[in-house]
Design a protein around this ligand. Sequence first.
Ligand SMILES: [Zn+2]
Length: 129
Amino acid sequence: MEVAVHGLDEPWKGFVCPDHQWYGQQFTPEKFSCGLCKFGPDRQFMGMAPVAFRETAEDDISNATASVQELVLAAREIFVDSEQFAEQFRQYLDVLAARENPGPTDPLAPVDDDSTRLKVPNRFLNPPG
Ligand SMILES: [Zn+2]
């Protein structure tokens, strides 16, 4: 089935970015090009990482840690089973896992003394106030 999404004055043709095939069709005006190339896929990965973590951690979220490998496997099962996706998601998680301290918006935090594992950031466990 063909789906056409129309803007005000031009038809928006769906396109698939060759570098982000896993993201599927994007329905934005062609002149804006691929949103993931432009802004990076971090925004998408930020939402996926906690979901994948929850999948690996089962009950005890607060004490659980997960390896980058486990998170990538979980994400492939939940979201999209693609080598390209796995590779890019792994790179994103590797950066988080290698940090000294979690960034203020990071969805997962590094584990002390293990740069291949991630855990839930403290700010989610002990909200200030
Ligand atoms: Zn792209």
